[in-house]
Write a protein that binds this ligand. Sequence first.
Ligand code: FAD
Ligand code: DLZ
Ligand code: SF4
Length: 515
Amino acid sequence: MTDTPVLVPILGDQLSPALSSLAGRDPRATVVLMMEVADEATYVRHHQAKIVLILAAMRHFADDLRGQGWRVDYVRLDDPDNTGSFTGEVARAALRHGAGAIAVTEPGEWRVRQMIDTWGDATGLPVQIVPDTRFVCALPDFFAWAAGRGELRMEWFYRQMRRQTGLLMDGDQPVGGRWNFDADNRAGPPPVLTPPAPLTFAPDATTQAVIALVRDRFGHHFGSLDHFGWPVTRAEAQALLDHFIAHRLADFGRWQDAMLADHATMFHALIAPALNLGLLDPLDACRAAEAAYHAGQAPPAAVEGFIRQIIGWREYVRGMYWLTMPGLADANALDATRPLPEFWWTGDTPMACVAQTVRDTRDRAYAHHIQRLMVMGNFALIAGLHPPAVADWFLAVYADAYEWVELPNVAGMALHADGGRLASKPYAASGAYINRMSDYCRGCAYDVKAKTGPGACPFNALYWHFIDRNESRLARNPRMAQVYATWRRMSADKRAETLASADAFLASLMPNPSK
Ligand code: FAD
Ligand code: DLZ
Ligand code: SF4
């Protein structure tokens, strides 16, 4: 070991052996620092299962690195000298090891980037920040793609990624002659559908110790630990991907937007927590799906739909995050100010769709895309909930949530708070959409067909309330013209009754200022 090693902090979502901060480095001249710090668990009160997932994956990864010959200084949460923050731990470790320099892979969040920018002053050492190479599109390439474009539509970016990666390409043309099979992927659930049970992983001794620690320190946070089964190692993450490809991918596309009360995960891949921690590589996941297509094991619509989510949406939202921060965090183009209702945390609401999604979220720190977008996100949009409060909720409750991916999805896709940079039209919908795509309404205290009054599905009147109160902002959007024409065609009495019904519902919402 040299006298002045380079200190390489590895953050909790940087658990990849090919991490850029380690590449080409001499293990004898390096100290890897991994830090369990209370600040990261509490800047929003993360779901207990999310904290377990990250700390357990960190502990397993530290063991892997040691096995590969790296010297790892691992600071545990219950270390009595733990300062509770990244900056405090980096400063302590720099002194402890007599470090000569710090090298770190750029973080996934603006907030943490601001912290890292203080490490030079905090330690008196040079700090090298290297790009995160675990994405398909490097950030400078995304910025170059975005420069000078009026509209930054995901579809155009996605086609560029298909060409760049060669995924599902036949020369310069998409396999099957179509870039996008989305129109085939919007089926509502049939009367009987039994998706395969999700693959889960029994916690080993390391993970059980973390579960006990989290129960002790963060037992008051939202969420249950009773069903913890997320992958915490690369081998487990690979097994989850293999299981998806073998048992779920073929039906993934067709039922991608469908929701069933008894099948929280449907045919979804469940790999976002592992991808976002670095336990899986996004291109490997796409190549495995592509191979299933070529082997005739999955139809093109399913495989294209899956690959689009990863090299399209996932890469695109990351680029949009860094392009639009820090403004995106406070964006509120529709001036929505209502606080989060208590039932977002308790699930205690007669709205069966919301109650079910909050229960799924509480039990496993997971809800699938349409539950997030068209149940919780749609409710937040049409009820006018405050975007930063909604974003904090999403960031806290999902096992896969890091701000780079959560915030563009919440503020951009779900809430239109960015003024339509990410989605050309708000994803607002009445109860009819949820009824078509799910079985929730059958078990609901509200009547999805009723438009107004105390027994009517609240989504119905809220939808028109949203349309009405945002007329000056949205009516000129050509994609909204039909909706505004329908609203204007309604009689004045019908409109007034609808707005009064929505107002009565909104007045009944109980905010929860303590969360
Ligand atoms: P699948 O449905 O099986 O999709 C496969 C993969 O595609 C996912 O693992 C994910 O990596 C990627 N993907 C799909 N859609 C998106 C998308 N819109 N943006 C980015 N990646 C996508 N995803 C997160 O990873 N973290 C978040 O914090 C997050 N917050 C969201 C908040 C809202 C309001 C919405 C509408 C979506 C959010 N998403 C988020 C995107 C998506 O819902 C999740 O990636 C997905 O539900 C994860 O489950 P899965 O692995 O089973 O995904
Ligand atoms: C989310 C999280 C939590 C709960 N705890 C830790 C931790 O103790 N140590 C750590 O290195 N990372 C943690 N993380 C993930 C970080 O918040 C994440 O690395 C940053 O948000 C950057 O994306
Ligand atoms: Fe949700 Fe309305 Fe259906 Fe009830 S009736 S489950 S509130 S959409």
